[in-house]
Design a protein around this ligand. Structure first.
Ligand code: SF4
Ligand code: SF4
Length: 298
């Protein structure tokens, strides 16, 4: 219905006459080897989402703070149902810093001829929407047409290089935050932001923690060497830092649940025994969104 409306040349010309010129400019999205143009319907709907995103985040935050939702089985089922029906709203693929850096460098190398902005950073949209600030707060790395949209929404975003993005990603990693490559419509063409998430404020992560929805495992998984692990008494850092609850202690021994590991790499950073490394996941399920050969070394 909406698509028919947009495709009618008479109606569409009147409609588009009333929206800013920049909405109609050429925009680029993510393609495996090149930037690909996106249509104005794509751009317009994402612009609309960006405009009302703070409102959506405040609403979800309010839902997540209701004890009926968090502490009853019915409430949690309701939330899981809501998360399931949000299939085409932003979802994220979890990656370690090395992969997020590879992605921003890949995007920078794909610069398009029109030289439109393709990397920008601004205040964390969750922190801004909920007015709950925590450093680092300037960490919303918007990419491709997402950079254009958020620059025009005028919320304090600025254009950055891939080198600057790398510095921000490393700062976020050192603060214990997890990189999430977010996209809408279950499509890589709708990839628009690299979020750096915590477990207290980030709305997407909090929704995941309650429902198990909206965040996907990336192309890496952790491998642990039990021989060199210092154990929970002398270390235990992996258990504390993992926001996916993938590490557990059984009879004084630490193990990883591979089914829960999302491949963020945080436990490797804090492992006192150098007992952990990231390895390629056997089955990466989101090749169609962001291909593994962009995220992994050759
Ligand atoms: S086990 Fe390590 S790599 Fe896997 S999700 Fe947890 S912190 Fe991240
Ligand atoms: S962080 Fe490393 S050394 Fe520490 S408990 Fe976990 S695996 Fe063992």
């Amino acid at each position: 219905m909406v698509v028919e409306f947009m495709n009618d040349p008479n109606i569409a010309s009147v409609f588009f006459h009333h929206i800013p010129e920049w909405v109609l400019a050429g925009h680029v999205a993510f393609g495996k080897d090149k930037l690909v143009p996106i249509g104005r319907i794509h751009y317009f709907f994402h612009w609309l989402y960006g405009k009302y995103e703070p409102l959506i985040l405040r609403l979800v935050d309010w839902i997540l703070r209701q004890t009926f939702i968090t502490q009853t089985a019915i409430g949690s089922s309701v939330m899981t149902g809501l998360a399931t029906t949000s299939h085409y709203l932003p979802h994220g693929i979890i990656v370690p810093t090395s992969s997020a850096v590879r992605l921003v460098r890949h995007i920078e190398n794909l610069k398009d001829e029109e030289n439109t902005p393709i990397l920008a950073v601004g205040p964390c949209v969750c922190q801004m929407s909920l007015n709950r600030w925590q450093e680092p707060s300037c960490k919303d790395i918007v990419v491709l047409y997402g950079a254009e949209i958020y620059l025009h929404l005028n919320r304090g975003y600025r254009i950055i290089t891939a080198a600057e993005a790398q510095a921000i990603l490393e700062q976020c990693r050192d603060a214990g935050l997890v990189h999430s490559l977010d996209f809408c419509m279950q499509s890589g063409r709708w990839h628009f932001v690299i979020c750096n998430c915590d477990r207290d404020i980030c709305v997407l992560t909090r929704t995941f923690l309650l429902t198990g929805k909206m965040l996907y495992a990336g192309p890496w998984i952790v491998k642990q060497d039990r021989q060199t692990c210092l154990g929970p008494e002398l270390c235990g850092n992996c258990v504390n830092i993992c926001m996916f609850g993938a590490n557990y202690v059984k009879e004084g021994v630490i193990s990883v649940d591979g089914g829960k590991c999302h491949g963020c790499g945080q436990c490797v950073q804090v492992c006192k025994g150098n007992s952990r490394e990231m390895i390629r996941r056997k089955r990466y399920a989101h090749e169609h969104i962001i291909p593994a050969d962009i995220l992994l070394p050759g």
